[in-house]
Design a binder for this molecule. Sequence first.
Ligand code: ZN
Length: 298
Amino acid sequence: MTAETGASAQIRYETPAPHVARIVMARPEAHNAQGLRMTYELNAAFDRAAHDDAIKVIILAGDGRNFSAGHDLSGDGGETWRDFGTVGTWAGFDAQGAEARYGREMEIYLEMCERWRNLSKPTIAQVQGKCIAGGLMLAWVCDLIVASDDATFKDPVIDFGICGVEFFNHPWELGIRKAKEFLFTADEIGAAEAAAHGMVNRVVPRDELAAATLALAEKIAAKPAFALKAAKQAVNHVQDVQGRRNAQMHAFSLHHLLHAHNELIYGMPMDPNGLPEAVRDKVLARVARAKAAKNAAG
Ligand code: ZN
């Protein structure tokens, strides 16, 4: 096995078996919360695995107790979009009104997820513990999901006045009725229930998760690479001709209508009343700082 760590160490790139890359979110102290740095390092790691002809299957894993706490709302440690190379073409990140947020979420959420979903090679999410909100998007962009028996999945953003996470794949993952229940209640579902609805491929004991995921990856990696790519494209195309992309774009527009609605009412893109207390205080403090800086600037 090889393991390499970049300067920031938020993503680790490993090759645990021939033809298999394992991309590991390495922020366990933050439950692998996904800020800008992790997003762009993740994208670079996916690109690296995609561009390496020796790699046939890619695992996405997370260090620690939980797979992902979702998007990091704590402010990216002062880093901004200027610290990273823009991948998409939407831009307008300094614009007024709704334009900047729409452009940024298009860049770092919707189009990044679409890019990862369309990556040419089979991908497997290895999910343990909690997989919340933006964390769902990371699992969903993968072709297969192997979950430990303690894994739970939850999209709580309706509590914050939003209609679902940006990469709106809920109906495709859970079916129409379960997707509605999942969204309306913001209840978490366990790995076994997620598997029953077709969202999860396999549920294994926690201490066997890494080995079971790797064994599945190795089994797939023994197949012809081009045929794997073609099989993936063929299945993805089924969803696409069924209208997945159009439906997601519609949901993304509604998502941004709600961001704008919350901005008008609360002065921030979500309803702060639904946030957990610790996060709410941080977010409110950041909004107040940003407003003060804007006022001071004139
Ligand atoms: Zn959003």
